[in-house]
Design a protein around this ligand. Structure first.
Ligand code: GLN
Length: 550
């Protein structure tokens, strides 16, 4: 039977609940347990697919085409399991289900209320995770305890322990222990308040994870344990870590997995921990002896979370190459006017990531041209591939007017367009290609060599496609369509054989990279960037030229 861990957060948002939950998932998996994870989000959008990435961060896409919260990306990268849309539930999706049932008359004339109907639907979603064969399901509750929107979720998880049995549920609460410089002290009061708020809803946490910028000493832990009524060992210090991949190791040293296993009655003798794989990842994270600079040219660069999986994928490829990676964010709108070719030329590699809407498109096209002409390694992802195709058409095939019909309906050369079956659908929401799609790679192509395979599967999230009417023209002009859908109709990969690395994919490879298994396309980019870096003088990039470097 599946056991459940609920992770709540208090005091403040952005404390790293997702990473704490993911780290716990990794530790339990390292004990040989089968783990699944889920995020409950208290907003009214039915899913994050309609939310602006500049505000909410990236939309993470699952194999089954779920448009989900970016925390699912952390979950997948840490527990190394492919999740599905069932792993993300929002208030909006719960209400739309309950209201649809009410309209169908399923409630037989009853008054439909938050308790029990909304809470029952939440519990049903949680219970469904238990049908996936996992030993432990970790459920993260978005938002902060004390928020109005979160109350039905807190009530549902309170009830859940009654339904599932005490030993089958563990509550982990994440709080903040701030350091007050004037008094030179770490303060426990916010944690005490947050725990008492949680208790006012009927939930007594089993484990309290305290975020702080300095370690929490034993006497402070004992104080929190006493005030919040948990065993001494159940107060876990979660100090800021140099890399997010350090967190599972730190949490293990603090005893997080031990406390959770104790609460759930999971025998640690039967499930000894084996962290060798993760220790190996951490060793690679910290043993890099060179730095590669990768420019990301996009439209949401002031909100790096909008490209979270891209960033992590770059890092993973760096770990494998023994390289640190410096991400240089470049506002597409500013290319090439303010940020000139010279500045791009000082980078070791470039990525044009996915995106929607016209802002910054001409800058991305200019970037693609610079990368192609100056032989700077470039990976184009989804929209990135589309701009590579547009640029090549304009400047190499002489189709001066080439464009995507997303941006120009009157172009004489619609090299990127909606495919026929999408043309007469007026509801754009219905036309998105979402989730895992297989692709066949051409024998002898660069992408086939990188993947080490000719049949691959990648996740998609887009409406427009390479217009197959132009395939022959591109091939004749030198841009190879190196991967297609199995029926050959949709172009999935393009590459320029005469270039060190000029690869575009219609898919989103960033969703499948893992810290110990970088994605081949990112690895290929970093390899080419590494070769390029060997030829450049060290540190020629003027930091003043960099928008934001993380
Ligand atoms: N806007 C483009 C399309 O819809 C690309 C989408 C993306 O990059 N995810 O096809």
């Amino acid at each position: 039977m599946t056991k459940y861990v609920f992770v709540t957060g208090g005091v403040s948002s952005s404390l790293g609940k997702g990473l704490t939950a993911s780290s716990l998932g990794r530790l339990l998996k390292s004990r040989g347990l089968k783990v699944t994870m889920c995020k409950l989000d208290p907003y009214l959008n039915v899913d994050p697919g309609t939310m602006n990435p500049g505000e909410h961060g990236e939309v993470f896409v699952t194999d089954d085409g779920g448009e989900t919260d970016l925390d699912l990306g952390h979950y997948e990268r840490f527990i190394d399991e492919s999740l599905s849309r069932a792993s993300n539930t929002t208030t909006g999706s719960i209400y739309s289900k309950v209201i649809a049932k009410e309209r169908r008359g399923d409630y037989l004339g009853k008054t439909v209320q938050v308790i029990p109907h909304i809470t029952d639907e939440i519990k049903e979603r949680i219970r469904r995770l238990g049908t996936l064969g996992a030993d432990v399901a970790i459920v993260e509750i978005g938002g902060t305890v004390g928020d109005m929107e979160i109350i039905p979720f807190i009530e549902a998880i309170r009830q859940f322990r009654r339904d599932a049995g005490r030993n089958n549920v563990c509550y982990v609460h994440l709080t903040l222990v701030p350091y007050l410089a004037p008094s030179g002290e770490q303060k426990t009061k916010p944690t005490q308040h947050s725990v008492s708020e949680l208790r006012s809803y009927g939930i007594q946490p089993d484990v309290i994870v305290c975020r702080s910028d300095q370690p929490i000493n034993d006497s402070l832990k004992r104080k929190i344990a006493l005030m919040c009524d948990v065993p001494n060992g159940a107060v876990i210090s979660a100090v800021d870590a140099p890399s997010i991949y350090d967190i599972p190791i730190n949490m293990h040293k603090e005893g997080l997995d031990t406390m959770v296993c104790d609460t759930l009655g999971i025998s640690m003798d039967a499930h000894p921990i084996d962290l060798s794989l993760w220790n190996d990842v951490v060793r690679r994270v910290h043993s890099a002896d060179k730095t590669l600079r990768i420019g990301v040219v996009g439209k949401y660069v002031t909100m790096p979370d909008a490209y979270l999986s891209v960033v992590e994928s770059i890092r993973h490829a760096g770990f494998a190459l023994g390289a640190k990676t410096e991400i240089v964010w470049i506002e597409a709108e500013r290319v090439p006017s303010e940020v000139d070719a010279n500045r791009l030329r000082q980078l070791d590699g470039l990525i044009i990531p996915g995106g929607f809407g016209e802002r910054g498109i001409e800058g991305m096209i200019a970037t693609s041209r610079i990368a192609r002409e100056q032989e700077i390694p470039l990976l184009g992802i989804c929209l990135g591939m589309q701009v590579m195709v547009i640029e090549f058409a304009r400047h190499e095939l002489g189709l001066v007017d080439a464009h995507s019909t997303e941006f120009s309906l009157t172009t004489a050369a619609p090299v990127i367009a909606l495919m026929e079956e999408q043309m007469d659908v007026t509801d754009l929401g219905g036309t998105m290609r979402l989730g895992a799609c297989p692709a066949m790679l051409a024998e002898g192509s660069q992408v086939a060599a990188l993947y080490g395979a000719t049949v691959v599967s990648e996740r998609h999230r887009h409406r427009y496609e390479f217009n197959s009417r132009f395939v022959e023209q591109f091939e004749a002009g030198g841009l190879r369509c190196s991967g297609t859908s199995p029926d050959g109709r949709l172009v999935e990969f393009v590459e320029l054989p005469s270039h060190p690395y000029f690869v575009g994919t219609q898919a989103h490879p960033e969703f499948k990279s893992r810290p110990d298994r970088p994605h081949p396309l990112f690895f290929g980019l970093l390899q080419a960037a590494d070769v390029r870096a060997e030829g450049r003088a060290p540190h020629i990039l003027d930091p003043a030229d960099v928008d934001v470097t993380i």
